[in-house]
Design a protein around this ligand. Structure first.
Ligand code: NDP
Length: 322
C-alpha cells in the first residue's frame, strides 16, 4: 500500500483526499517508482477544478516526480532496479509509490538531486520548448514574459539571460520583482502598480516585442496582443487568471501570429523528450540555471500547497515530499 492524494470530484483544494492505495506490480513497459519528491504545477490546479477534465474520477492528481526504480515490468530494456529517474506528464504523481510508463522516464544525472529533478522537469522542459522551439529566442529578441517570478518564470528569466535576450517580466509585488531581476530579467513590471502595456511601449521605445509569453490568460491576453510588433508572436500557454475567451480575429491586426502550445505536443516522441531533457540538464548541471525550490510541503499537505499557489503566495518551484 502507498499513500496518495486523490480527487473524487472537481472543486477547491478541499477535494484533495489522502488515501492508502494498492500500487500493484508493473505491467509490460512499466516501472514501479519509489518517489523521493513530487513537483506541483499550475496545471494540477486546472485538473483539480475541472477546467481541464481528467479521463476519469476518482484519480490521483499530479504529473511530475522523481524517484528510484524499485521494479521493472517485462520489455523494459534500458531501466533497472536502483536507477534514478524523473518525469513530467505522467498522471498519478501525488503518491509515495507509483507505476509509470518506462518510455516517459528520463535518467537523472548524479549531479541533479531528486528534489531538483521533481521541481524542474515540467517547468524546465516547458521553458526549453517555449524559448528554443516555439520562438527561437536569441540575443536580438525582445520578449515579454508574464509571471516572471513563478516556477516557469524563474527558469525563463535565467534561460533568456543565457541566450542574451532582452526579457521584460511581469510580477505582482516588489519582492517578486527583485527575485525576477536577480534571475536575469532585464526589465520588471509590477502589475499591481503599473500598466504593463504602457510600460512595454516605454521600454521598447514604442517598437513592441517580438514575442509575448502569456500564461495568465483572461486578464492579460488583450494587453499582451497590444505589446507585440507587427508580425509578432503571441504564445498563450496557460490560464492562471482564467481561460482566454473566444475573441474576434481582428485583435490580431498588425499581422500577428498566435499559438496555444503544450509541453506534451513538443515531447510526444521519446527522442524529443530526451533532447529536451538533455539541454535542460546540461544548463542546470553547469550552473547556468538554478532551480529555486522555494516551497516544500509534506505529501499529505497538498491542499495547503494548492491554496498558496492559487493565492499567488509562491515563487519559484514547489515540491511535495512523500
Ligand atoms: P506559477 O508559479 O507561475 O504560478 C502562477 C503565477 O501566475 C502566480 O504566481 C502569479 O504571479 C500569476 N498570476 C497572474 N494572475 C493570477 C491569478 N488570477 N491567479 C493566480 N495566479 C496568477 O505557476 P507555474 O510555474 O506552475 O505555471 C505558470 C503558468 O504556465 C501556468 O499558467 C501554467 O498553466 C503554464 N504552463 C503551461 C505549460 C504548457 O505547456 N502549456 C506547461 C507548464 C506550465 P504574479 O503574482 O507575480 O502575477
Amino acid at each position: 500500500m502507498s499513500r496518495a492524494v486523490t480527487i473524487h470530484a472537481y472543486g477547491g483544494p478541499d477535494v484533495l483526499t489522502v488515501e492508502e492505495l494498492e500500487v500493484g506490480r508493473p505491467g509490460p513497459g512499466q516501472v514501479r517508482i519509489a518517489q523521493k519528491a513530487i513537483g506541483i504545477n499550475y496545471i494540477d490546479v486546472y485538473q483539480r477544478t475541472g477546467l481541464y477534465k481528467l479521463p476519469q474520477l476518482p484519480a490521483v492528481l499530479g504529473l511530475e516526480g522523481a524517484g528510484e526504480v524499485v521494479e521493472a515490468g517485462s520489455g523494459v530494456g534500458d531501466l533497472k532496479v536502483g536507477d534514478r529517474v524523473a518525469y513530467a506528464g505522467c498522471p498519478g504523481a501525488y503518491s509515495e509509490e507509483r507505476l509509470a510508463p518506462a518510455d516517459r522516464m528520463v535518467k537523472l544525472p548524479d549531479a541533479i538531486s531528486y528534489e531538483t529533478g521533481a521541481a524542474m522537469m515540467l517547468q524546465g522542459m516547458t521553458v526549453r520548448y517555449l524559448l528554443r522551439q516555439t520562438y527561437p529566442v536569441s540575443s536580438g529578441t525582445v520578449m515579454l514574459f508574464h509571471a516572471a517570478a513563478g516556477g516557469v518564470g524563474s527558469i525563463a528569466c535565467q534561460w533568456a539571460r543565457a541566450l542574451g535576450a532582452t526579457m521584460i517580466g511581469t510580477v505582482s509585488s516588489d519582492e517578486k520583482a527583485a527575485l525576477a531581476r536577480s534571475n536575469g530579467c532585464t526589465h520588471v513590471i509590477n502589475t499591481k502598480t503599473e500598466d504593463f502595456v504602457a510600460r512595454v511601449a516605454e521600454i521598447t521605445g514604442g517598437q513592441g516585442c517580438d514575442v509575448v509569453y502569456d500564461s495568465v490568460g483572461k486578464d492579460t491576453y488583450q494587453g499582451s496582443l497590444q505589446c507585440l510588433k507587427p508580425r509578432g508572436l503571441w504564445v498563450s500557454f496557460g490560464n492562471a487568471s482564467g481561460p482566454v475567451p473566444p475573441f474576434d480575429l481582428t485583435l490580431l491586426r498588425g499581422s500577428l501570429f498566435a499559438t496555444r502550445p503544450s509541453l506534451f505536443a513538443y515531447t510526444s516522441s521519446r527522442q524529443e523528450l530526451l533532447d529536451n531533457a538533455a539541454e535542460l540538464f546540461d544548463l542546470v548541471a553547469r550552473g547556468q540555471i538554478s532551480i529555486a525550490v522555494n516551497h516544500r510541503y509534506a505529501l499529505v499537505e497538498a491542499a495547503a500547497a494548492h491554496r498558496d499557489l492559487e493565492a499567488r503566495k509562491t515563487t519559484g518551484s514547489i515540491v511535495l515530499v512523500p
